[in-house]
Design a protein around this ligand. Sequence first.
Ligand SMILES: Cc1cc2nc3c(=O)[nH]c(=O)nc-3n(C[C@H](O)[C@H](O)[C@H](O)COP(=O)(O)O)c2cc1C
Length: 366
Amino acid sequence: MTKSIVDGKDFKLGLFSPNCSSGLAVTKVPERWTGNWDDNLRMAQIADEVGIDFLLPIARWIGYGGETNFHEGVLDPITWAAGLLANTKRIFVFSTIHTAFNHPIVVAKQMATVDQISKGRAGINVVAGWNQPEYETFGMDLPQSHDDRYALAQEWLDVLLKIWTTTGKFDWDGRFFKLQHVESMPKPFDGPLPILNAGSSVQGREYAARNANFGLTIVGGPEDGAEIVQSFTKIAQDTFKRQMGFFTLGHCVVRPTRKEAEEYLDYYANENADWDAVDNLMRLQGMHAQSFTPEMLDMFRGRFAAGHGTCPIIGSPDDVADEIERFAKAGFGGMTLAFLNYADELPYFAQEVLPRLEAKGVRLPR
Ligand SMILES: Cc1cc2nc3c(=O)[nH]c(=O)nc-3n(C[C@H](O)[C@H](O)[C@H](O)COP(=O)(O)O)c2cc1C
């Protein structure tokens, strides 16, 4: 049976980064997201209840500095997913996993276990790596060539999938892994897990096209998003003879009027932004990842404060529903949202925006 997250029937909505302190908002306001377990559990149960399709965590090992040390508090994505899946009924929960810092035999067993706990609602977001200071934390060198980063990521995933699909033992003699008498039971509950990937470099796009169910891509807006979806889809079809979908990312402030939403955005992401952390984050992203073009980095300092460089989805319920519809029309299969306080703001979004999206035919009733 096709898992609902990959059925392509309508536009999927997820929440991104709730496992991290401050979520995606690089701000000093006191009501910013704690990222603690109790708030995560509350958020996940509301999301499950109102029909949000998936949760996506960030894997982060050190903070970005600034007054708040942005992303200082981060719940581990795999154990977070296990806890949330045990306490929800229908929502999918992805785990974000760095190929360089996690051995694939360990991950194969962890994620098979998480999938067993949830009866098939687990997924993985594979990260090939970019954040130099974290490599230093691990005492490792960030490979300067994207070819090398993605070669490791490919072999890592090949090992993982081989473990999930092989009965009995096997040996592996590769460039990065030399493994003997590998075996692993149980397998995932319901076949290999859905895969997300966010590479934006040439090598990253090819990796996503070869392996992922969904590419994750940060765009300027629906217009350039449509072009990116088309070019990615073509690589997947022409080179790898496979179909894939795309999710993009936004940060959302929805209030009864557009004026109220814009005022709140200005309060948390301008007046009270943690600008030192914003600048550290942008500097690191610009140096080693290609998720943002240099033009985007120049233009988007405000977007980084408000939502880590993702698209603003700001306004009244009508504005927000219209903007999400534009992404659906651009060809995206779904998007993630982040709220300043996920658990507090989700009920209003669910009450006002989800019915509008259903009325537009963007989403089916859950
Ligand atoms: C939605 C999304 C989620 C991501 N999650 C993480 C993460 O949790 N940890 C991390 O180190 N990088 C994360 N990244 C970074 C990407 O996985 C990728 O490594 C980065 O964009 C560099 O790839 P590139 O050099 O091929 O562009 C994320 C990117 C996006 C767009």
